[in-house]
Design a protein around this ligand. Structure first.
Ligand code: XIL
Length: 385
């Protein structure tokens, strides 16, 4: 049941907000994993109730042994280069709550190879150092993509052989530098469009064809034989032509002896589209191919006001979704981790990318844990069942 609240979040009197917060907390403890109409009799609550959600146990401690709970870190991109890992309160949460980190932008081509053959490893080095200081795994992201490429690459007029060499040299340098320090690489990111066709806006695929993907995996494997090498995409949360294209590609890569080891389901979910009911089935299908599966970029965006505030009913529904993603992943033996795409709503990529939507993460603008945090943790703590 979906219900719109008449009042913008935060406009109710304080006493009512306290009652509502208590009611919402009760809901969290009892009803999150189950029926979607559990909120029907709950009075309309107001702003999120940070005091109702404890930060302990941490997500990384609640999760089963060996299951990774990650966050994208480092900011940049939509933040104009600002690095959220340098903010003590964000860094504190990342260090305590998560067991894996992904550089949100630091390892993308435009950052790490800003001019041809000249690498800026500084931002990625900082992510790796942070992870080492906090006993965290690093997911590398990414090596072959159509977006966030430097102008020298996209505007250059390179012959196909030159592009091949450029890609080889990039992968060798980047993966080689972090060999033994980065556990997984998203080797190929978003290489198919929604109909399952190779993306022609990817400069390497355009010039060299889809076969370049196999080369990228081989080169990454040469540079670090221990890293688990991933395909990664959005729009693969439910069955469809894109999933079919990946299944066919994985089978082909495996037949050719290409070291593909994992599949990343990004998981950029939006309340307006409904929960992807086929998620667990897709995870199992990919795992059955012999791949590790991870949710690599989870966020759940909801409609927000001009001030960036979400309706309480959406905040609670979002919490259920976080729980459902964790439950689905944990039900699949080879689903080995979930990474959320940022920490605080305040620094999320969502509002700048999807106007009118936001509040997609586990911590609010003030870095307080949201109902989503509690629900996610509860599902992680329930384990693999
Ligand atoms: C996003 C970052 O979060 C932004 O900071 C940046 O401006 C654009 O890219 N799929 C991906 C991620 O694989 O790399 C994207 O990250 C989000 C979509």
């Amino acid at each position: 049941m979906t219900r719109r609240l008449p009042l913008p979040a935060g406009s109710e009197p304080r006493a009512f907000a306290a009652i509502a917060a208590a009611a919402a907390f009760g809901l969290l403890l009892t009803g999150l994993g189950g029926c979607s109409d559990g909120s029907a009799d709950t009075p309309p609550p107001s702003s999120p109730a940070p005091s109702a959600v404890s930060l302990e146990p941490a997500l990384r401690d609640a999760a089963p042994d060996g299951f990774f709970v990650g966050a994208a870190v480092g900011g940049g991109g939509h933040l104009g280069g600002n690095d959220t890992l340098k903010l003590p309160d964000v860094a504190g949460l990342v260090g305590k709550q998560f067991s894996s980190v992904t550089p949100e932008n630091a390892a993308k081509w435009e950052v790490i190879e800003p001019s041809q053959g000249t690498f800026d490893f500084g931002p990625m080095d900082e992510v790796v150092a942070f992870a080492q200081a906090h006993g965290q795994r690093v997911r590398g992201h990414n090596l072959l993509w159509h977006s966030q490429n430097p102008a020298w690459l996209t505007s250059g007029s390179f012959a196909p052989d030159q592009l091949r060499q450029i890609l080889h040299d990039h992968i060798s340098a980047v993966v080689g530098r972090y060999a033994g320090k980065v556990a997984q690489w998203d080797v190929a990111n978003e290489i198919f469009d929604d109909s399952g066709q190779p993306r022609q806006e990817n400069p390497f695929i355009k010039a060299l064809g889809i076969g370049v993907v196999a080369d990228a995996f081989r080169w990454a494997h040469e540079a670090d034989p221990h890293a688990v090498l991933f395909l990664n995409d959005f729009g693969v949360e439910t069955p469809g032509p894109k999933v079919d294209a990946y299944v066919a590609l994985v089978k082909q890569l495996q037949a050719d002896g290409v070291p593909v080891g994992g599949f990343g389901i990004q998981g950029h979910l939006a309340s307006q589209y409904g929960f992807p009911g086929g998620l667990q089935g897709v995870m199992q299908q990919l795992a059955d191919l012999g791949l590790d599966v991870e949710v690599t970029e989870l966020d759940v965006r909801v409609p927000v006001s001009a001030a960036g505030e979400a309706q309480r009913v959406d905040v609670l529904e979002q919490a259920r979704w976080y729980g459902k993603v964790a439950t689905a992943c944990l039900a699949v033996a080879r689903c080995t981790g979930i990474t959320v795409w940022g920490v605080s709503d305040r620094y999320s990529w969502v509002p700048t990318t999807f106007p009118g939507e936001g509040a997609a993460l586990l911590f609010d603008d003030a870095l307080a844990p949201k109902p989503a945090f509690a629900a996610f943790r509860e599902a992680l703590a329930a384990g693999r069942g």
